[in-house]
Design a protein around this ligand. Structure first.
Ligand SMILES: Cc1ncc(COP(=O)(O)O)c(C=O)c1O
Length: 382
């Protein structure tokens, strides 16, 4: 797989250079195939909102968004803040962008509008702010109303939702383009999900009876879209599956480094802070220039595996801020300069993000999102 420069489109800034051999390789082809695989499950006309918040779950938001836009693999993008939306616009992305988080303070609504980003309305108060912004800017604003059917995070309660939509629809300055909810347990609890969908459908039906059904009704994250066809409505909002972190999809991100130092330790020698690992035999220990400062968690000390020479080798001793040691005794051919795969596949051996997440007692979302800005994102050709 050829490595292109860190940037892929002609409008991108000049290629970035990095010297420390630690990088995250993102496979554009996998990303696009995943989005298409999701679309293939949908009825014609159902749209895909690619969720690229938190720097596209660590994958690099502008590049992911541009790739999806160029391939026409997504119709909308979802971000969590105005800042994330502005970063997409600055990168030349033109797709419609929904800001899934609450907009506060008022200035953030003005900024959203200035950058052509679509705000959500999650309460009477936010409705007032959006209407005020529309009047001040003398523009008609599109908004999506968020209904809280059981997530308990943001949103208007289902019983209050129709009235909020009525009020917004009565205002000449605001158009309710969308109505949506978020599923809290679609990956684990079908009964709870069914209750959420029922409450949501009731709101949609009440509005439809009054001729106020917004044109874009949506509810489904990856789990919702893939496990509950009834949750698909007019648009689905995948994140996890698009990045290939859902069974049956292709992981788009690999975390890679290279051996920069290699030594042979005598039996009994210890490695890293606290001497938390001791060689039980003469051992060859490789040092990789990656640590918790890069988002490779310290909780992986003495626990994770790293693929070197096509074999899964154990991390030994504590992961430090900038460097991590690996026992490569089982790979006699290992040399300085060899590739080490910390997330992803090398030959037949693999360390999936889900494995690191499990070792840290967390979820793959956190594992990939935690990769720090210090790790260059490099685009692999499909
Ligand atoms: C409102 C909303 N929709 C969609 C998603 C995408 O979820 P997933 O990554 O599980 O597909 C998220 C992510 O947390 C979200 O907050």
């Amino acid at each position: 797989m050829a490595i292109l420069a860190a940037e892929v489109t002609p409008s991108a800034p000049p290629r970035r250079r990095f010297f420390r051999p630690t990088w995250a390789e993102v496979d554009r082809g996998a990303l696009i195939r995943n989005l298409r695989r999701i679309r293939a499950r949908l009825k014609p006309g159902v749209k895909v909102m690619f969720v690229v918040k938190a720097n596209a779950y660590g994958h690099g938001a502008p590049e992911c968004a541009r790739a999806a836009e160029a391939a026409r693999a997504a119709d909308w993008l979802g971000v969590s803040s105005v800042e994330e939306g502005i970063a997409l616009r600055d990168a030349g992305v033109r797709l419609p962008v929904l800001i899934l988080g609450s907009l506060y303070p008022f200035e953030s609504v003005l900024a959203a509008v200035a950058y052509g980003l679509t705000p959500i309305v999650a309460s009477l108060e936010s409705a007032r702010r959006v209407a005020e912004a529309a009047e001040r800017l003398k523009r008609r604003l599109d908004v999506h109303v968020k209904v809280d059917t059981g997530m308990g995070r943001i949103g208007v309660r289902p019983e209050a939702a129709p009235e909020l939509v009525r009020r917004l629809s009565a205002s000449r300055s605001v158009r309710v383009q969308g109505l949506y909810t978020h599923l809290a347990r679609a990956d684990e609890d079908a009964a709870f999900t069914a209750r959420q969908l029922k409450a949501f459908r009731r709101v949609v039906a009440e509005l439809a009876r009054e001729g106020l059904r917004p044109p874009i009704v949506h509810a489904a994250n990856s789990a919702g879209a893939l496990r509950f066809p009834a949750a698909r409505f007019d648009l689905v909002r995948p994140g996890l599956a698009a990045y290939g972190l859902w069974p049956g999809f292709e992981p788009a991100l690999s975390l890679k480094s290279k051996i920069v130092f290699l030594k042979t330790l005598p039996k009994g020698a210890t490695v890293s802070y606290g001497g938390a690992w001791r060689a039980r035999r003469v051992s060859r220990v490789a040092t990789l220039p990656i640590g918790y400062g890069d988002g490779y968690p310290r909780a992986l000390s003495n626990r994770a595996r790293v693929v070197v020479g096509g074999r899964r080798c154990p991390v030994v001793g504590r992961v430090t801020m900038d460097q991590t040691m690996v026992d490569v005794t089982g790979v006699p051919s290992a040399r300085v300069g060899d590739d080490a795969t910390l997330i992803g596949r090398q030959g037949r051996a693999e360390v999936p993000a889900s494995e690191l997440a499990r070792l840290c007692g967390t979820i793959p979302y956190e594992t990939v999102t935690a990769l720090s800005p210090r790790v260059p994102r490099v685009w692999a050709a499909p």
